[in-house]
Each structure stands twice: as C-alpha cells, then as structure tokens.
Design a protein around this ligand. Structure first.
Ligand code: AMP
Length: 334
C-alpha cells in the first residue's frame, strides 16, 4: 500500500472525523483509536463518532470515552464540520447506519481505509487491501509509513483489532505479516492474555445462558454441510441478553465435523433479522450476502433481512443450498 496520498491529505488538512460500521467490533474500534493516535501525533484535531455504541465486552478499548455514539454522546448538530472524514473497516453505506447521512450531507473530503471485499462507491479516496487480515493491520502500516508510534493503550486496541479479526490468529487470513505486526504491538505494550481475557472472559450469565439455549437447537442440512442456528426475540428477552451477546456463536457451527458453511439469524428489536454468515473455502458468503444487500469477506459476511424470522430463514436456506450446490466443496473429513 502506498501511503503517500494519505500523508498528503493529512498534511494539507487540520480537522478530522473518524467513523466506522454499526455494531462496531474490535477491528472497527481499534482502527478508529489507532487512526486517532496517528492524527493527534501529527498535530491534528480528531473526533470519533459511530452510529452505535461498542458492545459491553469492548468498553475497555474506550476507557476515556473518545469513541462517541451519535445521538447519545453527541447530537447530530454538534458533530464537527471537518476537513476530512475517515471511514475505517467498512466501505458499505448500509454498514454506516445513521452516520451514512452525516457523511452524505458533509462537504468534507472522504477517505476509506478498509480490508473488506464488498464495497460501495462512498466517493472517497480508498486505501483498500483485501489481503490484510484486519483493518488494524493497515492502520499499523500507515502509522509506520507516517513515522508515528503508538502508546501501550493504542497498541492493545490494535492488537485486539487484529487478534479478533483473525480468530486469534487461526483464520486463513493470518500470515507472517499479521504475526510481525502483532509482535511489534507486543513490543509497544500490548498484553495478549489481558486482551483475550477482557474480550472473551467477562461474559454475563445471560450471555452464556443464551448460547446454551441457541446452540441447544443447532440444525444441519445438505448432509451436514450447512449448520445453522437462530436467536429470536424471546431468546434474548427471556435470558436477559442483547443481540451482541450472539456474537461468535456462529463460529461454533463450523466446529461440527463435515460443516462447510454456517449462519446465525438474530431477531433484532426493530423486527429485522441480522444474519452472520461463515464458510470454508471454496464457498464465498460475501457473494451470497450481496444477494441480500449485505457483504463482507469471502469466509465471513453479514446481511440484514426484513422480518419475520421464518420467511427470512427460508430465504437464507435457499441461498445457502444454491451456494453449496454450485460451488461444490470438499467432502466431509472422516
Ligand atoms: P458479522 O457476522 O456481522 O460479524 O460480519 C462478518 C463480516 O461481514 C464483518 O467483517 C462485517 O463487517 C461484514 N458485514 C456484516 N454485515 C454486513 C453488511 N450488511 N454489509 C457489508 N458487510 C457486512
């Protein structure tokens, strides 16, 4: 990636707004905080605003409240009019939620730094590398090229970004580049066991109960090649959990022997159904998600369908059956 154009944009402007996708994950938050650190080190003014708040297990990434939620920590009218808006970890209008409108109505220059395959034309100068395992990797490389180093807190946030987006360094996207950057972050003060503990070992009882209930009715079809689960509004309300408590449950489906693809459907309070889709090569769930105006990566993507749950599930099952039929795939391991 050639970062000279980014350097030029930063040099020529003073005020920046950094944003990312709805339901921000650690890669979104870590990348935003990393970008903030870069801009501050270069003497710029920066505000981070997202359409939604971080999930509870990621609050530790934002101890000083630098990441603001639109209409909660900052009103629409007080979002600063900035020279440049930097969108990290997404290039999809739908993924920006209520921030899409803020961006569309601003006259600011736009920059996108992202590693997702799916993309809309945001009218931005793009720094996009789909071979990067996480947007956090790109932010680290941008900082190196701009001559900026990170303090321990930001190093931990970027480590969380990369570790979570690579499934703790086990997804096929993990390469030597990922490990080198992770090592540099540890040298800067990231503490891997602390990050893991804070992300995954601070669960509420409600979250663990929800996973028991949802995984208890795990289903498979297409001779076990597709494994899927759902969480409806009763699952959430009766266990006292929230939609983000379903995060990572979909990955359990792929632990079933012979599984090649998986999804979870989560009924949101709005009545919409949020699907998280996963696959193993050669299946491409980003392409599948695009049928529903969603997107993401080949092996991990998402889409939101209109409710109710049952017909949305039917539509998704049809799409998965088609994908499995058309792209073949490896026979189940014995
Ligand atoms: P999830 O299963 O929701 O964690 O999403 C997996 C990946 O797909 C993440 O990298 C998301 O940013 C991306 N993704 C999820 N939903 C969408 C969508 N509607 N449009 C584009 N990308 C998405």
């Amino acid at each position: 990636m050639d970062w000279t154009v980014l350097k030029q944009i930063i040099d020529e402007h003073q005020t920046f707004l950094v944003t990312s996708h709805v339901r921000p994950d650690a890669d979104a938050l870590g990348s935003e905080l990393g970008m903030r650190a870069i801009l501050l080190a270069l003497g710029k003014e920066v505000t981070i605003v997202n359409a939604s708040a971080p999930p509870a297990n990621l609050h530790f990434l934002n101890p000083d409240g630098h990441v603001l939620k639109l209409n909660e920590n900052i009103t629409r009218a007080s979002v600063p009019k900035v020279d440049v808006i930097i969108v990290v970890d997404t290039s999809a209008w739908q993924q920006l939620g209520t921030m899409a409108d803020v961006i569309q109505n601003a006259t600011s220059k736009r920059v996108v730094i992202d590693h997702h395959v799916s993309s809309d034309d945001l009218g931005a100068i793009e720094f996009k590398d789909v071979s990067a395992a996480a947007t956090g990797e790109l932010i680290f490389e941008a900082a190196e090229s701009l001559g900026v180093s990170f303090d321990a807190q930001t190093a931990n946030a970027l480590y969380a970004a990369i570790a979570t987006d690579t499934g703790w360094f086990r997804f096929p996207s993990t390469g030597a580049r990922t490990m080198r950057i992770a090592a540099s972050l540890i040298e800067l003060g990231a503490v891997p066991h602390n990050v893991y503990n804070l992300v995954h070992e601070q669960c509420s009882m409600a979250r663990v109960r929800l996973s028991g209930r949802v995984l208890g009715r795990i289903q498979s079809e297409a001779e076990g090649r597709l494994v899927w689960i759902y969480a409806d509004s009763a699952d959430l309300s009766e266990t006292g959990s929230v939609p983000s408590d379903t995060e990572s449950l979909v990955n359990q489906c792929l632990t079933v022997s012979g599984s090649e693809a998986a999804f979870i459907a989560v009924e949101l309070q709005t009545g919409q159904i949020k699907f998280s889709l996963r696959s193993r090569p050669p299946h491409d769930v980003a392409k599948l998600a695009e049928q529903f105006n969603g997107g993401g990566h080949k092996l991990a993507s998402g889409a939101t369908l209109q409710g109710p749950l049952k017909p949305a599930l039917e539509k998704m099952l049809v799409a998965f059956r088609q994908m499995l039929q058309s792209s073949g795939g490896s026979p189940p391991q014995s």
